[in-house]
Ligand binder design. Structure first.
Ligand SMILES: C[S@@+](CC[C@H](N)C(=O)[O-])C[C@H]1O[C@@H](n2cnc3c(N)ncnc32)[C@H](O)[C@@H]1O
Length: 295
């Protein structure tokens, strides 16, 4: 069944390594027809841009970051919707306009104490460079973007519409959002399922939810190759400075598709620039579309 992924729509939260630009590439390379009772499994869901655009009938959607999952669970249960988000951002956006950085840091302290999903959304959209970063104790620690006028009406409407869109994508579907480590999620894969993996980049953006060691990367490769179902793994292949030797070391024997991509989330210049992204697919689950590239 061809998957219609254009135009790609964007979910309400941003995170490092978000695959918005790569969604058409990723989904067009995967051949999976959703056999009856099978599910899409995404252990590193992040913003959710891949699964929301794929919109399978059944899914197990997980991340170790409880804030991401609790926001989407709230939307799924109808506790958070377009109107609630709009009203919340309106009120808090006015406070931000009045008190600037002081208010941002007040919300950040409040979030680090009570972990409200609405505060999470506010911080995610008002913080510096759209970063999602937590300290060793799990506290959100990204500074203010220094734009007190951040929540203009058009911006609030855009975010509220994104919340509404993800709510619609979930509606009537058998989706479970779960706070979990990838090891536990992979154990649930059954023949017929499809697992899409987008692990953190080794040695980059390391923080409380994204600590990713070489040993863990190797363990993931071993466990993934033993899955009883189809899978695809996103991984950077090379940038202007170096090649990712981990692919050769741990992920050979798979179908590799490559897409050129401009990487620009991140504060430091060193984290920006052209990057070739690989999609490593279990043989038998790749479409015949071959190489693809994006500006
Ligand atoms: C590269 S991001 C995924 C980006 C996502 N595909 C998107 O387009 O937005 C990696 C995600 O893995 C999650 N993560 C990190 N370590 C994890 C672990 N041990 N188990 C499950 N999820 C983990 C992070 O919280 C983060 O959301």
């Amino acid at each position: 069944m061809p998957v219609n992924v254009l135009p790609v729509k964007v979910p309400p939260i941003k995170c490092q390594g978000i695959k918005t630009k790569l969604v058409p590439f990723i989904l067009s390379q995967i051949h999976w027809v959703e056999p009856a009772d099978s599910k899409w499994i995404e252990p590193f869901v992040g913003s959710g841009v891949v699964v929301f655009n794929r919109a399978p009938q059944r899914a197990l959607i997980a991340d170790s970051n409880q804030h991401i999952i609790r926001l989407y669970q709230g939307i799924q249960m109808g506790e958070i919707d377009r109107a609630i988000v709009s009203d919340f951002l309106q009120r808090n956006g006015e406070m931000l306009l009045r008190s600037g950085a002081d208010y941002y840091y007040e919300v950040r302290d409040r979030f680090n104490q009570y972990a409200s999903p609405l505060d999470f959304l506010f911080l995610n959209r008002a913080c510096f460079n759209g970063l999602m970063r937590f300290n060793r104790k799990g506290g959100f620690n990204v500074p203010f973007c220094r734009k007190p006028q951040r929540f203009a009406q058009s911006y609030i409407t855009k975010i509220a519409n994104q919340v509404d869109w993800v709510a619609k994508q979930m509606a009537g579907k058998d989706w479970e959002f779960r706070i979990a480590n990838w090891q536990d999620v992979l154990l649930e894969a059954q023949p017929g399922d499809f697992v899409y993996l987008d692990p953190p980049y080794c040695g980059r953006h390391t923080d409380y939810y994204n600590a990713w060691s070489q040993a863990e990367a190797e363990a993931l490769a071993i466990a993934t190759k033993q899955l009883p179902c189809g899978f695809a793994v996103s991984m950077w292949l090379e940038n202007q400075h170096r090649k990712n030797s981990h692919i050769q070391d741990c992920w050979s024997d798979l179908e590799m598709r490559v897409c050129q991509h401009f990487y620009h989330v991140g504060a430091r210049e060193a984290l920006r620039g052209a990057i070739a992204e690989a999609l490593l697919i279990k043989p038998g689950f790749a479409t015949g579309n071959g190489r693809s590239s994006l500006k």
